[in-house]
Ligand binder design. Structure first.
Ligand SMILES: [Zn+2]
Length: 146
Protein backbone atom coordinates (compact mmCIF):
# COMPACT_ATOMS: atom_id res chain seq x y z
CA UNK A 1 0.00 0.00 0.00
CA UNK A 2 1.19 3.48 -0.80
CA UNK A 3 2.08 5.73 2.05
CA UNK A 4 -0.11 8.77 2.46
CA UNK A 5 1.52 11.92 1.12
CA UNK A 6 3.15 14.07 3.73
CA UNK A 7 0.86 16.87 4.74
CA UNK A 8 2.20 20.29 5.42
CA UNK A 9 0.46 22.32 8.06
CA UNK A 10 -1.38 24.90 6.01
CA UNK A 11 -1.32 27.63 8.58
CA UNK A 12 2.44 27.52 8.95
CA UNK A 13 3.01 27.66 5.24
CA UNK A 14 4.26 30.78 3.60
CA UNK A 15 3.17 30.88 -0.03
CA UNK A 16 6.45 32.47 -0.92
CA UNK A 17 8.40 29.64 0.65
CA UNK A 18 6.86 27.13 -1.75
CA UNK A 19 7.55 29.43 -4.68
CA UNK A 20 11.15 29.87 -3.60
CA UNK A 21 11.57 26.13 -3.42
CA UNK A 22 10.18 25.75 -6.92
CA UNK A 23 12.51 28.47 -8.19
CA UNK A 24 15.54 26.88 -6.58
CA UNK A 25 14.72 23.64 -8.32
CA UNK A 26 14.32 25.44 -11.64
CA UNK A 27 17.56 27.36 -11.40
CA UNK A 28 19.54 24.40 -10.15
CA UNK A 29 18.75 22.70 -13.43
CA UNK A 30 20.32 25.58 -15.27
CA UNK A 31 23.11 26.37 -12.85
CA UNK A 32 25.79 25.57 -15.39
CA UNK A 33 24.48 28.05 -17.93
CA UNK A 34 25.27 31.15 -15.96
CA UNK A 35 29.03 31.36 -16.30
CA UNK A 36 29.20 34.31 -18.62
CA UNK A 37 25.82 35.87 -18.07
CA UNK A 38 24.41 34.63 -21.32
CA UNK A 39 21.08 32.96 -21.17
CA UNK A 40 19.66 31.03 -24.05
CA UNK A 41 16.33 31.88 -25.57
CA UNK A 42 15.10 28.44 -24.79
CA UNK A 43 15.73 28.94 -21.14
CA UNK A 44 14.16 32.37 -21.25
CA UNK A 45 10.98 30.83 -22.63
CA UNK A 46 11.05 28.18 -19.96
CA UNK A 47 11.46 30.71 -17.22
CA UNK A 48 8.69 32.95 -18.53
CA UNK A 49 6.35 30.00 -18.71
CA UNK A 50 7.45 28.87 -15.28
CA UNK A 51 6.46 32.15 -13.65
CA UNK A 52 3.18 32.35 -15.52
CA UNK A 53 2.27 28.85 -14.44
CA UNK A 54 3.48 29.39 -10.93
CA UNK A 55 1.22 32.39 -10.46
CA UNK A 56 -1.63 30.75 -12.31
CA UNK A 57 -1.61 27.50 -10.41
CA UNK A 58 -0.68 28.60 -6.94
CA UNK A 59 -3.78 30.32 -5.69
CA UNK A 60 -2.16 30.91 -2.32
CA UNK A 61 0.76 32.73 -3.85
CA UNK A 62 -1.45 34.68 -6.20
CA UNK A 63 -3.76 35.69 -3.38
CA UNK A 64 -0.77 36.70 -1.31
CA UNK A 65 0.52 39.05 -3.99
CA UNK A 66 -2.91 40.48 -4.63
CA UNK A 67 -3.88 40.95 -1.00
CA UNK A 68 -0.52 42.19 0.24
CA UNK A 69 0.56 44.16 -2.79
CA UNK A 70 0.89 47.42 -0.90
CA UNK A 71 1.95 46.25 2.52
CA UNK A 72 3.58 42.85 2.18
CA UNK A 73 7.27 42.05 2.35
CA UNK A 74 8.18 40.27 -0.83
CA UNK A 75 11.03 38.04 -1.74
CA UNK A 76 12.48 38.23 -5.19
CA UNK A 77 11.93 34.70 -6.41
CA UNK A 78 14.77 34.95 -8.90
CA UNK A 79 17.33 36.17 -6.38
CA UNK A 80 16.12 33.59 -3.90
CA UNK A 81 16.14 30.90 -6.53
CA UNK A 82 19.78 31.47 -7.41
CA UNK A 83 20.78 32.37 -3.86
CA UNK A 84 21.91 35.85 -4.86
CA UNK A 85 20.45 37.80 -1.98
CA UNK A 86 18.70 35.33 0.17
CA UNK A 87 16.35 36.87 2.65
CA UNK A 88 16.10 40.33 1.12
CA UNK A 89 12.54 41.54 1.14
CA UNK A 90 10.96 44.31 -0.85
CA UNK A 91 8.31 46.54 0.69
CA UNK A 92 5.33 46.15 -1.60
CA UNK A 93 4.89 44.66 -5.02
CA UNK A 94 5.84 47.89 -6.75
CA UNK A 95 9.32 47.78 -5.25
CA UNK A 96 9.62 44.14 -6.14
CA UNK A 97 8.55 44.65 -9.74
CA UNK A 98 10.84 47.65 -10.00
CA UNK A 99 13.75 45.60 -8.76
CA UNK A 100 12.98 42.74 -11.13
CA UNK A 101 12.35 45.04 -14.07
CA UNK A 102 15.43 47.15 -13.58
CA UNK A 103 18.07 44.56 -12.88
CA UNK A 104 20.77 45.21 -15.41
CA UNK A 105 23.99 43.41 -14.93
CA UNK A 106 23.25 41.05 -12.16
CA UNK A 107 22.68 37.41 -12.64
CA UNK A 108 19.55 36.18 -14.27
CA UNK A 109 18.50 39.40 -15.93
CA UNK A 110 16.13 37.64 -18.28
CA UNK A 111 14.61 35.60 -15.50
CA UNK A 112 14.07 38.83 -13.58
CA UNK A 113 12.25 40.33 -16.55
CA UNK A 114 10.07 37.27 -16.86
CA UNK A 115 9.24 37.47 -13.17
CA UNK A 116 8.44 41.18 -13.41
CA UNK A 117 6.23 40.56 -16.42
CA UNK A 118 4.33 37.73 -14.78
CA UNK A 119 3.83 39.76 -11.64
CA UNK A 120 2.85 42.84 -13.61
CA UNK A 121 0.25 40.89 -15.53
CA UNK A 122 -1.12 39.40 -12.34
CA UNK A 123 -1.50 42.81 -10.76
CA UNK A 124 -2.85 44.45 -13.87
CA UNK A 125 0.27 46.48 -14.57
CA UNK A 126 1.04 44.62 -17.75
CA UNK A 127 0.16 47.37 -20.16
CA UNK A 128 2.73 50.10 -20.26
CA UNK A 129 4.57 49.67 -17.02
CA UNK A 130 6.19 46.33 -17.42
CA UNK A 131 5.73 45.44 -21.04
CA UNK A 132 7.86 42.51 -22.07
CA UNK A 133 11.18 43.40 -23.58
CA UNK A 134 11.33 41.92 -27.07
CA UNK A 135 13.93 39.23 -27.14
CA UNK A 136 15.61 40.68 -30.18
CA UNK A 137 16.21 43.95 -28.35
CA UNK A 138 18.34 42.33 -25.71
CA UNK A 139 22.07 42.35 -26.26
CA UNK A 140 23.58 38.94 -26.54
CA UNK A 141 20.43 37.18 -27.59
CA UNK A 142 19.77 38.61 -31.02
CA UNK A 143 20.66 35.57 -33.07
CA UNK A 144 18.11 33.21 -34.48
CA UNK A 145 15.07 35.21 -33.55
CA UNK A 146 12.14 33.57 -35.23
ZN1 LIG B 1 16.03 39.74 -7.78
Amino acid sequence: PAEPPAQQPVAARCPQADAVRACRALFEEHADDDDDGEEGEEEEGDVARFFDELLEKDAGLRGFYEAERETGRFLCLVCEGVGARAGKRFPGCAALVQHAGSVARTKRRLAHRAFADALGRLLGWGAGRTTPVPVNMLPGSCQNVA
